[in-house]
Design a protein around this ligand. Structure first.
Ligand code: NIG
Ligand code: FE
Length: 405
């Protein structure tokens, strides 16, 4: 239970993306308000006020106090792209890749995503729930207070719906990744889509907020992705795409045409894609931990931001291409590999990620009226979020006004 009021006092710094609109683009992406020697006052699950200690008047009534000395407060981190609902692991494949095998070769040989589909089907609903709870605990300890979780390792009705329920019940935002791969029992992608759109979509649309598709050679082509997404949209779901990960196969034009919330990955996006995305309302979700983990080129983040595209950052947590739940590490990669400033990285995994999840009016900032979701950094300067590469930078989190540890 959230205590009635919580005062976090004597913070070294408080940092929050400026303004109240979303998504942030261009120079506004990197505009962060920083208060030194600061406080946050929460009333139940909402932020009542933020400011400098010297401006804090008397706080009446029953207030729990938290000593913020040596800590910085940032908005609770928002991970808008994860795949936490899976059985088994891919540590064997990881070792093979370390020895030289490529992610694409393993995928084509029936390993990769399909090996996790086998393990996820075998796990059953109870173990799937345990897995999602465990993975979401890792995310929270890494400073994440809101997370999206995709299905996509079931690819049959029972397992896809079990995955969506597991994400929802663990407190995540469920996305139906019904078109992730073609399972072995289906003849081809078209036959699989016949099945999922008739048998899975009606129930998935009751559980999920969005639908997602892997538009890629060897997965679903642009025509198949369009069919899947149009059906999902008609069922009331928001749209997301995995696109331009290994090949540019038309994901950005399709996302723009269909009014998708986001197109995610973009490791192979060229100049035309950058211009098209910048001229649209679609957010480019960049996943540098995934590019690092599979040895792919980094997405053209600087070009996207400079062209005026809205971008977000996420982990892509999954067992195959990004076994990484840490948004602070993603911020470090953003600064060192994507050439984003720490301020741009912060906005990208708070307010802009919240926008991808349709929640930027309530999360992603530390300002009155927003949710009392706060990540506390064990640091004298909030930019340690990106600076402390792989270090224990997260001191704790507050979710809906309640301390998590
Ligand atoms: O976002 N690209 C497709 N899907 C996941 C990887 C899934 C896996 O390898 O299990 C991704 O990278
Ligand atoms: Fe993904």
């Amino acid at each position: 239970m959230a205590s009635p009021r919580l005062l976090i006092r004597d913070l070294a710094q408080l940092a929050s993306p400026a303004g109240r609109d979303a998504p942030l683009r261009g120079s506004r992406l990197g505009t962060v308000d920083v208060l030194e020697d600061a406080y946050v006052l929460c009333d139940g699950d909402r932020i009542e006020g933020v400011g400098r200690m010297r401006d804090l008047g008397p706080v009446d009534g029953d207030v729990e106090e938290l000593d913020g000395r040596g800590l910085c407060a940032i908005p609770g981190l928002v991970d808008c792209h994860t795949h936490p609902a899976f059985g088994g692991d891919r540590v064997e494949e990881f070792a093979l890749r370390a020895g030289g095998a490529s992610y694409e070769e393993l995928h084509a040989a029936g390993g990769g995503i399909l090996s996790t589909v086998r393990a996820t089907r075998e796990a059953g609903e109870e173990r799937l729930r345990e897995a999602v709870a465990r993975h979401s605990g890792w995310m929270r300890r890494a400073g994440t207070t809101t997370w999206e979780g995709k299905s996509g390792y079931g690819l049959d009705c029972d397992t896809e719906l079990a995955a969506l329920r597991a994400v929802r019940d663990a407190g995540g935002v469920p996305t139906w990744l019904g078109a992730h791969a073609v399972p072995p029992e289906r003849r081809d992608a078209d036959a699989y889509l016949d099945y999922v759109l008739a048998e899975v979509l009606p129930d998935a649309a009751q559980l999920a907020e969005a639908a997602d598709v892997f538009l890629e050679q060897g997965a679903f082509d642009a025509a198949q992705a369009r069919r899947y997404l149009e059906a999902a949209r008609a069922a009331g779901l928001a749209l997301r795409l995995h696109g331009d990960q290994f090949t540019e196969s038309g994901a950005i034009p399709l996302a723009v045409e269909l009014g998708a919330r986001s197109v995610d990955h973009l490791e192979t996006t060229g100049g035309g894609g950058v211009v098209a995305l910048a001229a649209s309302d679609v957010v480019g979700v960049l996943l540098p931990a995934s590019a690092l983990f599979v040895g792919r080129p980094m997405p053209p983040a600087r070009a996207l931001v400079d062209a005026g595209a809205a971008i977000a950052l996420a982990t892509d947590f999954n067992p195959g291409s990004a076994f990484c739940e840490s948004l602070p590490l993603v911020c470090s990669l953003a600064a060192t590999q994507l050439k984003l400033t720490p301020a741009e990285a912060l906005s990208a995994c708070t307010v802009n990620a919240a926008h991808v999840l349709g929640r930027s009016d309530r999360i992603g900032r530390l300002a009155p009226g927003y949710a009392a979701d706060i990540t506390l950094l064990d640091a004298p300067d909030w930019r340690y979020l990106a600076y402390h590469l792989g270090g224990p930078v997260v001191a704790g989190t507050i979710v809906a006004g309640a301390r998590q540890r």
